[in-house]
Write a protein that binds this ligand. Structure first.
Ligand code: ATR
Length: 286
């Protein structure tokens, strides 16, 4: 990946994904074919940006004539703070994953919730309104954003689970205030009512980092899953949770389609009216 130091050498670069680490990001291989197909003369690069450098990265990209950028871990909150304007979606999700450098302002939005909703629909055939959803790992950035999106989208019931229960207290309080009619529970992974709640929900989402390493265990014991469950893992690789879902005869999907759909929405934020769907699927091998 490029860094802020050698960024000027990235000739024709007009878009980037910023993060750390960022070398493994699939965003360039998804966005570049879409740019090429649309006849847009721009290169999409991976840009390594360290902690505390988001504001500086925005300034440098602006100077070099960038159109915008995607933001990944660990910068989604810093990006929200570094924008001049953010829309309601970014505000509600508490994070920015897509930025546009307009002449008059740096504008941020968040397409992760859209990506999640469309991935769940395409891969599992489920619509969020009225659904019962359990999010395991709601204490992380991704889990918090998906939880906030589910509440906005009108799920009937939301069960937020986290290893460290104290890390989801604020999120729980915020969502209760914003959505007084939502049936919401927050609990730790050791809570004794967890099996009963898991049995009563339709969609189980993993937003923990468990599964990034081959040896990682499932965030839920296999016994929690039954054949009517739909399991969505935000991780791309086959995880212990996906294997457990398979063994239980449950429907399951990994994070590839979420990557695709958040990318489509980001591309349209930069280029309204564009249709990058087919080129992006080709780029990702979907
Ligand atoms: P972010 O998504 O903001 O980068 P993170 O620190 O990577 O956050 O953590 C993401 C989620 O994975 C958190 O919910 C975290 O649980 P804690 O809040 O208890 O730390 C969860 N997580 C990470 N490792 C885990 C493990 N071994 N078991 C259970 N949950 C884990």
């Amino acid at each position: 990946p490029f860094t802020l130091a050698n960024l000027p050498e990235a000739s024709a670069a007009r878009l980037a994904v910023i993060g750390q680490p960022v070398a493994h990001s699939l965003s360039p291989q998804m966005h570049q074919p879409a740019l090429d197909e649309a006849g847009i003369d721009a290169r999409y690069i991976a840009l390594e940006v360290g902690p505390g450098q988001v504001k500086e990265a925005f300034i440098r990209m602006r100077e070099l004539g960038f159109i915008g950028c995607n933001v990944t871990v660990p910068h989604k909150f810093d990006a929200l703070e570094a924008c001049d304007e953010i829309d309601d979606t970014a505000r509600d999700l508490g994070a920015v994953n897509t930025v546009r450098f307009d002449d008059d302002a740096t504008r941020g939005t968040n397409t992760d919730g859209y990506g999640f909703e469309h991935a769940v629909k395409e891969s599992l055939g489920l619509k969020l309104p009225g659904l019962s959803v359990m999010i395991v790992g709601a204490g992380g950035g991704a889990g918090g954003a998906i939880a906030a999106h589910c509440a906005r989208a009108g799920v009937a019931r939301l069960i937020l689970v986290n290893r460290t229960e104290s890390k989801i207290e604020v999120l729980g309080r915020t969502l209760r205030e914003r959505h007084p009619r939502l049936d919401l529970a927050t609990l730790g992974t050791q809570d004794t009512v967890l099996p009963a709640l898991a049995a009563a929900c339709t969609l189980i989402v993993n937003t923990t980092s468990l599964g990034l390493k081959e040896s990682d265990p499932s965030p839920l014991p296999a016994g929690y899953l039954h054949s009517n469950h739909h399991v969505f893992d935000t991780i791309y690789k086959p995880t212990a949770l996906i294997r457990a879902a398979e063994a239980a005869g449950a429907h399951h999907a990994n994070g590839h389609l979420m990557l695709l759909h958040q990318g489509i929405a980001a591309f349209r934020f930069w280029f309204p009216g564009s249709d990058p769907d087919a080129a992006m699927r080709r780029g990702l091998g979907l």
